[in-house]
Design a protein around this ligand. Structure first.
Ligand SMILES: CC(C)(COP(=O)(O)OP(=O)(O)OC[C@H]1O[C@@H](n2cnc3c(N)ncnc32)[C@H](O)[C@@H]1OP(=O)(O)O)[C@@H](O)C(=O)NCCC(=O)NCCS
Length: 168
């Protein structure tokens, strides 16, 4: 697969990818992407209205035509802990590093907000393991109402990791 070229300045061409905080103009693209995987029970569904209300918590990867290829979101669990949610990559863009990029961008957002750690409930623990997440006990997050068949993973966010500028 072609590695993703990350562009931070200027207008991207059709083949270029930008990873950034989400905007209201991304809502329909995010909703469609999440729904694509919610239909396969891999993600929890989120309505367009829910995404609008949480738009400041989303990051997206877009192509040169501003189409949303990937998204991920942060949900505050406590002042020190954040949940990683709605991690989704368009089927046609799998395996090009976009999942890693949007997770990295949400982690940067979490650090900016003062969170020390992130957790997720997922059916894709091997993806999260590749990103440095470790198995966690569901009981560590008692206020999270997760689907019973998901696995829990978590990662400590260290301050010395290189921040991802595009998430700022
Ligand atoms: C899981 C998902 C987000 C991965 O996105 P992606 O862009 O294909 O992943 P990346 O290319 O960034 O891969 C990053 C790393 O994870 C690994 N990886 C990706 N998907 C994997 C999987 N299903 N199983 C095991 N490892 C996986 C890659 O090999 C890569 O590892 P490496 O860097 O050591 O080579 C994508 O498949 C998806 O959207 N799935 C449907 C929705 C979903 O399940 N979301 C997660 C639930 S919370």
């Amino acid at each position: 697969m072609t590695p993703v070229e990350l562009v931070r300045d200027g207008a991207p061409s059709r083949d270029e990818i930008v990873v950034r905080r989400a905007r209201l103009s991304d809502v329909d693209g995010i909703a469609a992407l999440v729904q694509e995987w919610a239909a396969e029970s891999l993600l929890l569904p989120r309505s367009a209205g829910e995404i609008v209300r949480a738009i400041d918590d989303f990051v997206v990867a877009t192509d040169g035509r501003a189409r949303v290829l990937a998204c991920a979101a942060l949900r505050e669990y406590s002042p020190s802990l954040a949940e990683l949610t709605s991690v989704a990559v368009s089927r046609a863009a799998h395996g090009r590093g976009l999942g890693r990029l949007v997770v990295c961008a949400v982690e940067t957002l979490a650090r900016m907000r003062g969170h020390d750690a992130m957790f997720a409930h997922t059916l894709q623990p091997a993806f999260f393991a590749a990103l440095g997440y470790e198995p966690a006990e569901r009981a560590w997050f008692p206020e999270k109402r997760a689907r019973p068949h998901t696995l829990c993973v978590q990662r400590t966010l260290t301050a010395d990791e290189q921040p991802f500028a595009a998430a700022a």
